[in-house]
Design a protein around this ligand. Structure first.
Ligand code: GLN
Length: 266
């Protein structure tokens, strides 16, 4: 069998097959193009086939290879953290536009740490803190922060609970916002991601309400709260921010044109 046939008979999406092949053999896409008609080295088939089988059961590529790219950097991931999404880069960009030199920034529910680490590395002058309730997630976030050399303060905390009386100029979050009965929870990659990182086990706005109400006593004057939410939650999120006394309340669209981030200034 040649290499083209090996990848084809895996039954996987072409890119997934190439990524998994690269991960287990060190041979990239260019190599595969050049060697597509060569007879497969049995050692390559032996490492590739089990990974392809895992992928066929639905396991996300990011968990199989152990990393996912976000904002141009590779983050370590495992099943204790959500896999970073390109949509979340919008939240990072909006926070960077609003966090001036020396600003203190807090990320709530940091997961892999992709948000605070990117903020710090894109703007070294920021003073960045991040919390997560899950000790296993914090280990991943700290691994990423040290691997990428980003100086960040991490706290194990139920939202603001462990932060004492600290105040911030910008608070960001990509909280669990999927409503408990949403069918997406039992489809695709989401089946393998931590349920507690995806759903609030309520109407989808449970954590968003806690984040907004806590932010009113945690933000410095003129501070911004910015958070990601579901495709149909933007109007509800703006109403919650308006009711909590925020100004300049608005939503921003992601790459697919969906209102994905909402925020306001206190
Ligand atoms: N902040 C992390 C991310 O955006 C984790 C978010 C989460 O687990 N809900 O990927």
């Amino acid at each position: 069998m040649n290499y083209s046939a090996l990848l084809l008979q895996s039954g996987l999406d072409k890119i997934d097959a190439q990524v998994l092949f690269h991960h287990c053999t060190g041979k990239n896409r260019a190599w595969l193009i050049g060697h597509g008609q060569d007879e497969v080295d049995p050692a390559h088939a032996k490492v590739f086939n089990p990974l392809a089988a895992r992928r066929r059961t639905g396991e996300p590529v990011a968990y199989i290879v152990g990393t996912r790219e976000f904002f141009g950097r590779d983050f370590v991931v495992n099943p204790s953290v959500l896999i970073p999404r390109p949509d979340t880069e919008l939240l990072v960009e909006l926070a960077l536009e609003r966090a001036g030199d020396g600003a203190s920034v807090l990320d709530l529910g940091t997961g892999s740490g992709c948000i605070p680490i990117t903020l710090k590395l894109e703007h070294l002058d920021l003073d960045v803190s991040a919390v997560d309730l899950s000790p296993a997630a914090l280990i991943v976030a700290q691994t990423n922060a040290s691997g990428l050399e980003a100086a960040i303060r991490f706290f194990q905390s139920d939202w603001y609970q462990a932060l004492g009386d600290a105040h911030f100029d910008v608070i960001v979050s990509n909280p669990p916002y999927i409503e408990q009965n949403d069918h997406h929870l039992s489809e695709g990659d989401l089946r393998f991601e931590p349920r507690s990182a995806l759903s609030d086990e309520g109407d989808g706005l449970v954590h968003i309400r806690s984040i907004i109400s806590g932010a009113t006593s945690r933000l410095n004057e003129n501070g911004w709260l910015l958070f990601e939410h579901g495709w149909d939650q933007s109007a509800a999120c703006r109403a919650l921010l308006d009711a909590a006394g925020f100004d300049e309340v608005q939503s921003w669209r992601d790459l697919s044109g969906i209102e994905r981030v909402t925020g306001g200034r206190l």
